[in-house]
Structures are given as C-alpha cells and as structure tokens.
Design a binder for this molecule. Sequence first.
Ligand SMILES: [Zn+2]
Ligand SMILES: [Zn+2]
Length: 218
Amino acid sequence: MKTARNSGSDDYVCKHAWDEDMFVQCGGDGIVIGKNPYRTAFFEAFPNKPSCFLRGEGATIEEAEQACWDKYQKVLTCDHEMERRNRTDGYGYCKHCSYSSMVFEPLTKCCKCSVPTAHAKDKDGKWYCKKHERIIPRIKRPGSFFSGRDEGRAAPRRPRKIKKRLKNAAIVMFGRQNIFGKITFSVSVIDSVKMKCDGYQMSLLFREQERKLLRGKS
Ligand SMILES: [Zn+2]
Ligand SMILES: [Zn+2]
C-alpha cells in the first residue's frame, strides 16, 4: 500500500496506484502565499519518468490526490508542446498539461565566453557560466541569499552557520519541486521555520529535512 508523507500527521494511505518508488507527500492544511493567500489540502508527486513535479489541491487530501492523479495521467499520455512563458533560464512548460522541466537552452549568455547560461548573475545583471562565476567582482556579487527579516514574534536570530545550512536545505527542497527563485524565510517561534519561494511555502515538510541537516554534517 502506497503511503504519502503527511505534514504534521500520520502517513496518508494513497487511493491511487502511484509507483512504489515515486516520492509523494501531502498535507491537510497547506498555505499558498502570494497576492491572494489561501489554505488548501495538497498532494504532491515527484515522478521520475518524466522527471517533474505535480501538485493537486482540494478541500481534502483525497480530493487533492485525485487532482494530482488526473494531472499525472494527462502528463503520461500528452504529446508535449513546450514553451518558455516568461522564463529565460531554459525551463519550459507544456501548453497542454502540467509537465514542466528544464528543456531549453538558457536565453542569457555568459558575459565572458558567450556560452548560453543562467548559472550566476552579478548585481549589474551580467551572467556568468559555471566556469567564469569566480571572476564576478566581489563588489558585484549578489547580496545575502536571505532577506534576514525575522517576521512575527520576537525570535532569536539564528547563527550564521545554521542559516547557511537552512539555505542549502531550502535550495534542495524547492529545487526538487522545480521551484526556483528568491527564497525568504521567517521564524515565528523557536523551531518553526517557514521557507517561501515563488508562492510556495514549506514549514512542516521542511522541518524534517532541516532537523536532519542540523544534526548531521553541514
Ligand atoms: Zn504535455
Ligand atoms: Zn563563461
């Protein structure tokens, strides 16, 4: 029986026949932030073939799973037609289904060698490939990854080292879901860290990873 990791609760027993090796997770009460924040149950799947991230929402986890499953079935049978939309980094979206992936070459080029890249950008907006990232002048390096603003109640500021570990974990967690962009975090009470990126928020789902990271090697 396939189960999904359920934030803040016991594992959820899936109603659909997801592949045994596919990672799935869900929650009865997630928050989608953005212009009009809302609460929703959600179900997220991370298929390997094709490698992508699918998310369903609904009034209940069952409904959310159904929505996610429907998306997955469509992805499996779709004759994808990819488009960049407003992205220049090579990431593409199917016009007909929920499939999205890094399928194009970046439209931006390394200012040093002209190879298409979306690897690193300096403060002036110039791009650098992996090889030439090291020549970004110190004064032109982008600012701190974190906004560092601790929202809400007074909470102890986290030591720099822990922030760095949280940052790395957040990049992994959001990246695995094909969510890229500036990540901000807020600390409301001790041990509750919310990571936000591109309209998504992770807290409880993130915490397990976070704990692992804080305990283990950096
Ligand atoms: Zn498609
Ligand atoms: Zn280069």
